[in-house]
Design a protein around this ligand. Structure first.
Ligand SMILES: [Zn+2]
Length: 481
């Protein structure tokens, strides 16, 4: 079949492969603006840098949009074994942990399967739970860190230790709710604690977390490429630019952010050939609760109604083939198949839905969404990789993968923005609810409701930051993440 965009595709690909903008921009984001942590000051400087670049590229109206969120600032935290031996263990506090001191017995739950918390409630009550970052065998959905933490809280735990199940990556980080002190430890140190507990029968630990929960202001960056056909309908490409504060957040998700900026630059060379408007968004504060994308959807209720498709670049451009994950939209496969044909290489196109990134607030609005990446990336690499560890640094970035991501997504943008018969329409609210239930997240939702009821009952004894957290809890099915 003749490719109607042959000439345009070649122009786009030439632009992509003749440029090193992604790496150049990533080095600035990482080496000058660190993790772009919300409220750190580096987030603002990074946004100003991105706006400046997008202006140079000739995008329409690049600007920052402010939002306020419950932020978190790290102090120094400590984990000490106090009995039967005395030893200090390296650890990091998990974002949104409360500040506090707790000394209690260690309870190791292995991978922390769903039933373990109620079954071992009498051991857990008043003590410190340790669970690994692995999803227990046999579970159909991923078992997220927050769920292990929340279930520990409901069983009466006073402290929580999140142990990396991957060796050699150091302690893992990741956001949790603001209730009890929570820390991450490396696979090696967690294994030591587990062995000690097995040999001695009883181990006491002391957790001291030093950190601050406070409201902070941060920004999304938004820029447009107007469509030639006028009209309100638009395509959104977005990625979060913030990383975790313990690293540079180069692969998660500085890389996705610079790929979106590069797609924006490349597509200005195709301006006039895209019928519908492209909107590029660099989201703030994804890592501590999807605040940037949630705020965006809330701040733009009218525009969101006109989004034809939203493609999320979280983890895109970091490794493997750069294909398209569609969030339950089989009717879109032929269109992405055309992209593979145009490029002439095999790229994965698959259906899957996970709530843990910035496409989620759009998906909840019924908007057709997808994510770029490789379904086999995790298996090939043996896990999450450097993401959420202190080793997520810019030296790991790979220009060849950036180019493949930018090329495939730019070629796709031409098809998505120009298709006159868009084969899908948005889901109704009922359909979205059904979908979330069918994904197996009903448990998680129920857990959120239980946690809310539990905290409400204990309201008088709660720390001020936990009271503030309780006030923010939505207690609805949107609480899945
Ligand atoms: Zn991410």
């Amino acid at each position: 079949m003749v490719n109607p965009y042959g000439e345009l595709d070649r122009r786009i690909l030439g632009e992509v492969y003749g440029s090193t903008e992604t790496v150049d921009n990533l080095v600035v984001l990482c080496d000058e603006h660190n993790s772009r942590w919300p409220g750190s000051g580096d987030d603002r400087k990074a946004c100003e840098f991105m706006v400046g670049r997008l202006e140079e590229y000739g995008l329409e109206d690049p600007h920052m949009e402010a939002l306020t969120l419950p932020g978190w600032m790290r102090g120094s935290s400590k984990l000490t074994v106090t009995s039967p031996i005395r030893r200090e263990i390296p650890c990091i506090a998990l974002p949104h942990s409360v500040e506090g001191d707790v000394e209690a017995d260690l309870v190791f739950l292995g991978d922390g399967p769903v039933d373990a918390y109620e079954e071992r409630r009498s051991e857990i009550e008043g003590n410190v739970v340790m669970a690994t970052s692995r999803t227990p065998l046999g579970m159909a959905r991923p078992l997220h860190r927050s769920e292990k933490y929340n279930r520990s809280v409901l069983a009466g735990a006073e402290g929580f230790i999140f142990m990396n199940h991957y060796p050699a990556y150091g302690p893992p980080t990741g956001d949790i709710s603001t209730i009890i002190p929570a820390i991450g430890v490396s696979h090696e140190d967690g294994s030591f604690l587990a062995r000690l507990l097995r040999r001695k029968g009883r181990v006491r630990v002391r957790i001291e977390t030093r950190c601050r929960n406070l409201d902070v202001e941060t920004w999304n960056v938004v820029a447009d490429l107007p469509g030639s056909g006028g009209g309100d309908e638009r395509v959104v490409y977005g990625a979060h630019y913030d990383g975790h504060d313990i690293a540079q957040g180069a692969l998660d998700d500085g890389t996705g952010a610079v790929c979106v900026m590069e797609i924006a630059r490349v597509l200005t060379k195709a301006a006039g050939n895209l019928k519908r408007r492209m909107r590029f968004i660099l989201f703030a504060a994804e890592e501590i609760g999807l605040y940037g994308s949630r705020a965006y959807v809330e701040q733009h209720p009218d525009e969101v109604k006109h989004v034809r498709f939203m493609l999320n670049f979280d983890g895109a451009g970091r490794a493997g083939r750069q294909g398209f994950q569609l969030n339950g939209w089989p009717a879109l496969e032929p269109l992405f198949g055309d992209v593979a044909d145009a490029i002439g290489v095999d790229i994965p196109i698959w259906q899957r839905i996970s709530p843990y990134s910035d496409h989620w607030p759009f998906l909840l609005q019924g908007i057709p969404t997808g994510r770029m990446g490789d379904p086999e990336e995790a298996r090939r690499r043996g896990g999450r990789g450097f993401g959420h560890t202190m080793y997520d640094t810019v030296d790991k970035a790979d220009l060849r993968v950036h180019r493949e991501c930018v090329a495939n997504a730019s070629i796709a943008a031409v098809r998505i923005a120009n298709a006159d018969d868009w084969p899908v329409s948005r889901r109704s609210r009922e359909e979205v609810e059904e979908l979330v239930k069918a994904m197996g997240y009903y448990d998680t939702l129920e857990l959120g409701m239980r946690l809310k009821a539990y905290l409400t009952a204990k309201k008088a004894q709660l720390r001020p930051e936990t009271k503030a957290y309780l006030k923010r809890m939505r207690g609805s099915w949107e609480e899945v993440v």
